[in-house]
Design a protein around this ligand. Structure first.
Ligand code: ACO
Length: 325
C-alpha cells in the first residue's frame, strides 16, 4: 500500500490531464471525482455533459471541475477523422469508416492523447482489452526504437509488501525470442521507473539452466542472450524456474553462481498463457495485490483496466500513468 500512496503523491502537482472515455460507468465517474479531489490530475470525460452530469448528480458524485468532450460536437472532429484515415488508409480504412471509428469513445480518447489535448488515457472498465490495445496501437503507436507493446503487472505480497513485476500477462499471446527480449527490457525499465528499485530479471521456464531440453526452453535461452547483447547494463539470467528465480535456497542449489537466481524482482513469463494464469494465481490464491497491467512500449501512455476493476484500481492506474507521462 505504501508504494501506491507514494505513486499518488508523486503524481500530484504534475498538472497532467487524463482522458477517461467510459463516462457511462459509475466507477469511472467516482474515480474522476477522486482524481480531482486528491489533486492527482485534471480530468476530461468523453460524453454528453448534461446526460453524464445528471447521472452523476443522482449518484451523488461531484463532476464540477471535470471537462467534457463529445466527439460529434468537438470542433476538431473532422481533423481527428482525417488523421485516423491517414494512419490507417493503407490497411483499407475509408474516409467514412474513419469518421465512424472516431465516434467510438475509446478511439477518440486515444486521438486526444495523440494530439496532445490529454497526456494519458485509461479505458477498459467496460471495454475489452483487445479494443483498448487496438485503439492505442492504431492511433498512438510504439515508442521510438520499440517494436513490441507489452505489459507489466505489479504483484505486491500480502505480508512483507515486496513488489514483483510480472510480464507479459496481458498483451502479446505468443512472443518469439526477439519479442520476449523486448518484453524483458521494457519491464526492467518500468520496474525501475514505477517501483524505484534496480531490476533483477529472471527469464522463466519449466527448466533451470539446462535441466530440461525442449524448443520452448530454447526460446527463453535465446531471448536471454538477446537481452544480454542489447542491454549489458541489465542484470538478467535464464532460463530459471519460478522457485529458482525467487527462493534463495532453491536458486543457490539449482543455479549456483547466478547473480539473479533467488533474488529476482522482475519475472518474465515465456508466453501469455503462463503470464496471465501466473499472475491470477498469485492474486487469488497467493492473496497478493495486483496493480496494472501497466501497458509499456507505446509512444504515449494509454492503459487498459480489468473489467472487474474497483474505483481504487482506476485511480491507481491513472496515477501511475501520470507519473509515466
Ligand atoms: N506490439 C506492437 N505492435 C503490435 C502488437 C504488439 N504487442 N500487437 C499487434 N501489433 C501491431 C499489429 O501487427 C498491427 O500492425 P499493422 O497495423 O501495421 O498491421 C497493429 O499493431 C494493430 O494490430 P491489429 O491487427 O488491429 O490487432 P491484432 O489482431 O494484432 O491484436 C491485440 C493486437 C489486440 C493486442 C491482441 O494481441 C490481443 O487481443 N491480445 C490479448 C489481449 C487479451 O485478451 N489479454 C488478456 C486479458 S487482460 C487481463 O487479464 C489483465
Amino acid at each position: 500500500m505504501k508504494l501506491l500512496d507514494g505513486i499518488r503523491e508523486n503524481a500530484r502537482g504534475k498538472g497532467k490531464i487524463i482522458v477517461l472515455p467510459e463516462s457511462h460507468d459509475e466507477r469511472v465517474l467516482k474515480a474522476a471525482e477522486i482524481l480531482i479531489k486528491e489533486g492527482i490530475c485534471q480530468v476530461i470525460l468523453v460524453g454528453e455533459e448534461d446526460t453524464v452530469k445528471k447521472r452523476a448528480n443522482e449518484l451523488g458524485i461531484d463532476l464540477n471541475k471535470v471537462n467534457f468532450v463529445f466527439p460529434e460536437n468537438y470542433e476538431r472532429f473532422e481533423e481527428f477523422a482525417e488523421t485516423y484515415y491517414e494512419k490507417r488508409k493503407e490497411k483499407g480504412v475509408t474516409n467514412n469508416e474513419a469518421k465512424k471509428i472516431m465516434k467510438n469513445y475509446t478511439f477518440f480518447a486515444a486521438m486526444l492523447v495523440e494530439k496532445g489535448v490529454a497526456d494519458v488515457c485509461v479505458s477498459g472498465a467496460d471495454t475489452t482489452t483487445g479494443e483498448v490495445l487496438r485503439a492505442a496501437l492504431h492511433i498512438i503507436g510504439t515508442a521510438e526504437g520499440v517494436k513490441t507493446v507489452s505489459s507489466d503487472i505489479l504483484i505486491i505480497t500480502p505480508n512483507e509488501g515486496k513488489v514483483y513485476s510480472f510480464a507479459d500477462c496481458a498483451v502479446l499471446p505468443d512472443p518469439d525470442a526477439e519479442q520476449l527480449a523486448d518484453i524483458a527490457i521494457s519491464t526492467a525499465e518500468t520496474h525501475k521507473r514505477v517501483v524505484g528499485e534496480d531490476p533483477i530479471v529472471a527469464m522463466l521456464s519449466f527448466s533451470t539452466k539446462g535441466s530440461a531440453k525442449h524448443k520452448l526452453v530454447d526460446k527463453v535461452i535465446e531471448a536471454t542472450k538477446i537481452v544480454k547483447e542489447k542491454r549489458p547494463d541489465i542484470l538478467i539470467d535464464g532460463e530459471l524456474q519460478f522457485d529458482a528465480a525467487i527462493v534463495e535456497k532453491v536458486g543457490r542449489k539449482k543455479a549456483p553462481g547466478s547473480e539473479v537466481a533467488g533474488r529476482a524482482n522482475v519475472l518474465i513469463f515465456p508466453d501469455l498463457n503462463s503470464g496471465n494464469i501466473g499472475y491470477k494465481i498469485a492474486q487469488r490464491i497467493g492473496k497478493c495485490e495486483a496493480v496494472g497491467p501497466i501497458i509499456q512500449g507505446l509512444a504515449k501512455p494509454m492503459n487498459d483496466l480489468s473489467r472487474g476493476c474497483s474505483v481504487d484500481d482506476i485511480v491507481n492506474v491513472a496515477a501511475i500513468l501520470c507519473n509515466m507521462a
